[in-house]
Design a protein around this ligand. Structure first.
Ligand code: ARG
Length: 463
């Protein structure tokens, strides 16, 4: 059996190389190659700082800079040979740099460790994903606002317990999701502010005796400041946890909207027609048009929240500072980020393309005694009845209509006065769905005027 030689980057004290199983469990290059750009960006900032601080020569820094650019272009062009023996992206890049520029490559790792390097790379990667999530959310908000603007007056049933409750406007329903997504967006913005401290230069865990300038590298990498404690800097994965938890809440919202689209597009509801572009057919049932995109988005919370749970449990109970457990932070975060961006884009496409079936919405809005509350409110206003009594009178009228198989506006004035003698013709004015929604003018209510006000507020905010 031929034994592998020891690792070229850290193998000084090792006589033999790793077992094949050891190499398989240890290597992260299969996935952390996704951080190649961040790794090279971080190394360039570090090398420039080392030269400025007089720790390496300008000549060496220049060779490192040029060499790193070559490595980056090889990776971008698919000409890079990733090696599992070199474990991860950090050592793959450095080893290739050595092949290209020789001896100066060995000076790059002065005053840093893979521990602060990986924390920096991963932070930069997550920060990019936060920015992408914010853009994706804003695009979806704009699609919902456009729907709300078009349908500020369209009436539809509002539900509680998925039972008809009161008529609402289509625009109002769309704007409810705009509010949810706005909170998701602000959570990502907050998380970004909190995470924007540079771990670079924390070195292995204790800092370094070289006169490095962590403020300089922090600034070069777009961080607000260097992280203040080197032990914390290399051990912190809060930023990824926070990203995953923001992503999970956002995915919950996407899942709820998906569920509504699945229900609304069914033959039983016919509230919306989803476009062919975001639907699929059945291989056996020719009539079928399935809302697959909505169903898949509905399911994405599974893996996104799964990643959140997984990383929380990886981090739980880890002593300070770095432990190799933390290498398990990346794969599922990558997967969660990919799927969040995909879900946001698919939802944006679906919302843009969908068309509301205003006739079905209006017919459904008027059924199920949806204006019973309007009737009770009228009794309070016109007859000065206590609301509890008005509720009871209305309930009696609902039971009457139900037994006749009709809706409230179909009852006659005689029917009404048989339950309460002072009811007048005027009551029929409040039983229509359009009057009902138009009357709900309280701040945040469903009246078209309120919806339009919210639409313009958000349009102004999003620009
Ligand atoms: N691939 C490693 C990770 O992702 C890099 C850091 C390794 N550090 C170490 N001390 N072995 O966590």
């Amino acid at each position: 059996m031929t034994e592998k030689s020891s690792n070229q980057m850290w193998g000084g004290r090792f006589a033999a190389g790793p077992d094949a199983i050891m190499e398989a469990i240890n290597a992260s290059i299969g996935y952390d190659r996704r951080m190649a750009t961040q790794d090279i960006t971080g190394s360039r900032a570090h090398a420039a700082m080392l030269a400025k601080a007089g720790i390496i020569t300008d000549k060496d820094a220049e060779a490192i800079r040029e060499g790193l650019l070559t490595v980056l272009s090889e990776i971008d062009n698919g000409n890079f040979n990733f090696s599992a023996a070199l474990e991860d992206i950090h050592m793959n890049v450095e080893a290739r740099l050595k092949e290209i520029i020789g001896e100066p490559a060995g000076r790059l790792h002065t005053g840093r460790s893979r521990n602060d390097q990986v924390a920096t790379d991963f932070k930069l990667w997550v920060r990019d994903q936060i920015d992408a999530a914010i853009s994706g959310i804003e695009a979806l908000m704009k699609a919902l606002i456009a729907q709300a603007e078009a349908g500020a007056e369209w009436v539809m049933p509002g539900f509680t317990h998925l039972q008809t409750a009161q008529p609402v406007t289509w625009g109002h329903h769309m704007m409810a999701y705009v509010e949810m997504l706005a909170r998701d967006r602000s959570r990502f913005i907050d998380a970004r502010k909190r995470m924007n401290e540079s771990p670079l230069g924390a070195a292995a865990l204790a800092g370094t005796s070289f006169p490095i300038d962590r403020h300089m590298t922090a600034e070069a990498l777009g961080f607000d400041r260097p992280a203040a404690n080197s032990l914390d800097a290399v051990s912190d994965r809060d930023f990824a946890l926070e990203f995953l938890s923001c992503a999970s809440i956002c995915a919950v919202h996407l899942s709820r909207l998906s569920e509504e689209l699945v229900i609304w597009s069914s033959a039983q509801f016919r509230f919306v027609t989803l476009s062919d572009r975001f639907s699929t057919g059945s291989s056996i049932m020719p009539q079928k048009k399935n809302p697959d995109a909505a169903e898949l988005i509905r399911a994405k919370i599974g893996r996104i929240f799964g990643a959140n749970t997984a990383l929380t449990i990886v981090m739980k109970g880890l002593p300070l500072a770095y432990s190799k457990d933390m290498q398990e932070d990346k794969e599922q975060t990558f997967d969660a980020a990919d799927n969040l961006m995909l879900a946001l884009a698919a939802m944006e496409g679906m919302v843009k393309d969908m068309s509301a079936n205003t006739e079905s919405l209006e017919a459904a809005a008027g059924s199920g005694f949806s204006t019973a509350t309007d009737l009770a409110d009228w009794l309070v206003r016109a007859l000065n009845m206590p609301f509890r009594d008005a509720h009871h009178v209305t309930g009696t009228l609902v039971a009457m209509a139900e037994s006749r198989g009709c809706d409230l506006p179909d009852l006659t004035l005689e029917d009404m006065t048989s339950v309460h003698e002072h009811i007048t013709e005027e009551v029929f004015g409040v039983l229509g769905v359009h009057n009902s929604v138009a009357s709900r003018t309280s701040y945040g209510g469903t009246a078209p005027a309120q919806v339009r006000a919210q639409v313009s507020r958000w349009k102004e905010q999003l620009g």
